[in-house]
Design a protein around this ligand. Structure first.
Ligand SMILES: Cc1cc2nc3c(=O)[nH]c(=O)nc-3n(C[C@H](O)[C@H](O)[C@H](O)COP(=O)(O)O)c2cc1C
Length: 266
């Protein structure tokens, strides 16, 4: 940082000293006492230091009347999603998808939720089947889906088995995507090492030209997945730790609309 940015040069120091008169003996110069500058605020150095005095959810949060909850999780999720949108939650459709790899090692990443059926049984998202998550789902077709909406202190947790939808479904979903998203999907190679960003830009330019020439092209790896939930938990946070948790458990076979409800200890 330059000296003047640090406040080292004050207005008096900046003024030039008066020229001595001709023949006059120069006055001995006395260094003015240096002003003690306040110590600069130390840069935060650790995570605990950064988070000190910032407890999560220390704000008024909505209540959750679990007795009034619907029989199935679908309508409650739609209600909570609408409330999140009204509350200005950014990207409320973003959720964390957790999977396990062939060695049983967990993995997780954020994706976008495409749809949930009326009962809250089938949760849809799209992804590249040849990406790490696609391969993990092929090897081990089970996953967890988690969303957190901070403004409301609300979390939704879903666990279940995962099924890849028919190619026709994936093609229909692909047609709804933006040109940028389609070009990116067409490029593929998701999560492979990339030497230079320009390499990606060139591949996207080629993909865009291909899409212009063949608007109906769908990358073979583009997949729509349905997570068939066997458990859906609604979690309403509370600044006093009186969190209200309601878990729905599917009582019938996969895609059954029948659920039981259980209140959980916070
Ligand atoms: C807000 C947000 C939304 C995202 N949506 C998607 C998505 O819908 N599909 C997708 O494949 N990746 C999406 N991503 C990127 C993924 O988080 C991830 O980087 C990518 O899918 C590669 O994951 P993988 O290596 O585990 O396969 C999104 C990331 C963010 C932050």
């Amino acid at each position: 940082m330059a000296a003047d940015e640090e406040g080292l040069t004050g207005p008096d120091e900046a003024r030039p000293a008066p020229e001595p008169e001709a023949g006059a003996r120069p006055e001995p110069t006395v260094e003015p006492p240096r002003e003690r500058r306040p110590e600069p605020r130390p840069e935060p150095r650790s995570v605990p230091e950064l988070l000190l005095g910032r407890p999560p959810m220390a704000r008024p949060l909505p209540s959750f009347d679990q007795d009034a909850a619907p029989a199935a999780p679908g309508p409650l999720f739609v209600d909570w999603l609408a409330t999140a949108l009204d509350a200005g939650v950014l990207d409320p459709q973003a959720f964390t998808l957790s999977t396990v790899d062939a060695d049983g090692m967990p993995d997780a990443r954020v994706l976008v939720l495409r749809d949930v059926d009326a009962a809250g049984t089938g949760w849809n998202f799209s992804a590249a089947a040849d990406s790490p998550k696609g391969r993990q789902l092929a090897d081990h077709p089970a996953a967890a889906l988690t969303v957190y909406w901070p403004q409301l202190g609300r979390q939704v947790r879903v666990r279940g088995t995962v099924e890849r939808a028919a190619d026709l479904v994936a093609a229909a979903e692909f047609a709804t995507r933006s040109p940028a998203a389609r070009a990116s999907s067409l490029v593929g190679r998701q999560s492979e090492p990339l030497a230079e960003l320009t390499e990606y830009d060139e591949a996207v330019a080629v993909a865009r030209r291909r899409l212009e020439a063949h608007p109906d092209v769908v990358p073979p790896g583009h997949a729509v997945y349905t997570l068939w939930a066997h458990e859906v938990e609604f979690w309403q946070g509370d600044s006093e730790r009186r969190h209200v948790r309601l878990r729905y458990t599917r009582t019938g076979p996969v895609s059954s609309p029948d659920w039981s409800r259980t209140l959980l200890w916070p």
